[in-house]
Design a protein around this ligand. Structure first.
Ligand SMILES: Nc1ncnc2c1ncn2[C@@H]1O[C@H](COP(=O)(O)OP(=O)(O)OP(=O)(O)O)[C@@H](O)[C@H]1O
Ligand SMILES: Nc1ccn([C@H]2C[C@H](O)[C@@H](COP(=O)(O)O)O2)c(=O)n1
Length: 228
């Protein structure tokens, strides 16, 4: 049962790869009775659709042109979020290594960002218009997508902790490959020209390295209750 307390607000959660944004955001949204938007899933779905079309993801002009014709649909129930590209349920495929490797160059293309930021703002407006709060997670939510969000969280964790958690999730014993993949994505995401991953000036930094998932969720729910 979802039950909202206080005035529903937009909560922006940004941070590097594998810092716990998705699990934390879903937990916070569930606890507050809010909607949940995973913007990374939208960039991944776009990447999946471009790979399906055989587009060279390193060719920014080709990516920008092909992106025009991709349709992305997201479901915002934190208990059962959904993601479709061109009518296909891509929740599984977008977590595969081919998409994970290609998603950072695709999301560095300004036109891709224009298209997806527009779609993300529509989702936020629909939730707010219906009187519901929403937790939105990504890389540029507090800085670009929802700069007026009353609560912005910048979620971090040590690289080693992030790699160990992600490797455990994937059933991998050797964390070195996972750590290299996280670091590569962080580098591309934080050095690209268009909306790089940066901490908003008014964001609250939460370091989850030594906190359980429940502790992180409880902390952010407390911050939200103070602002709603
Ligand atoms: N505080 C925590 N303590 C322990 N494990 C955690 C914590 N937060 C998240 N995790 C685990 O870390 C892994 C990565 O979390 P999650 O997928 O939520 O991160 P993310 O930031 O959304 O990643 P990505 O940027 O790749 O989408 C998951 O297995 C999750 O269960
Ligand atoms: N607001 C966002 C969300 C995501 N991205 C890019 C950068 C990530 O490497 C990729 C996948 O995101 P994840 O599923 O790992 O959270 O999408 C972005 O540029 N902006």
């Amino acid at each position: 049962m979802r039950s909202t307390v206080g005035t529903p607000i937009v909560i922006a959660i940004d941070g590097p790869s594998g810092s716990g944004k998705s699990s934390t955001s879903r937990g916070v949204a569930s606890a507050l009775g809010y909607d949940y938007l995973d913007t990374g899933a939208m960039y991944r779905a776009m990447t999946w659709a471009l790979l399906q079309r055989g587009v060279d993801v390193e060719d920014a002009d080709a990516v920008a042109a092909a992106a025009e014709n991709v349709s992305i649909e997201v479901g915002t129930d934190p208990q059962a979020p959904t993601i479709h590209a061109d009518g296909t349920d891509v929740a599984g495929p977008i977590r595969q290594d081919d998409v994970t490797t290609a998603v950072s160059p695709v999301s560095a293309v300004p036109h891709v960002r224009e298209l997806l930021v527009g779609a993300q703002r529509e989702v936020i407006a629909a939730s707010s218009g219906a009187g519901r709060g929403i937790v939105v997670e990504g890389r540029d939510i507090g800085t670009v997508v929802a700069p007026d969000a009353p609560l912005k969280v910048y979620l971090v964790a040590d690289t080693a902790a992030r790699a160990a958690r992600r490797a455990a999730e994937l059933g991998r014993v050797d964390t070195a490959v996972t750590e290299a993949s996280l670091t590569r994505r962080d580098t591309i995401d934080s050095t690209r020209a268009a909306s790089p991953l940066t901490q908003a000036d008014d964001a609250v930094v939460v370091d989850s390295t030594h906190l359980t998932l429940d502790e992180v969720i409880e902390h952010i729910v407390g911050l939200a209750r103070d602002r709603s």
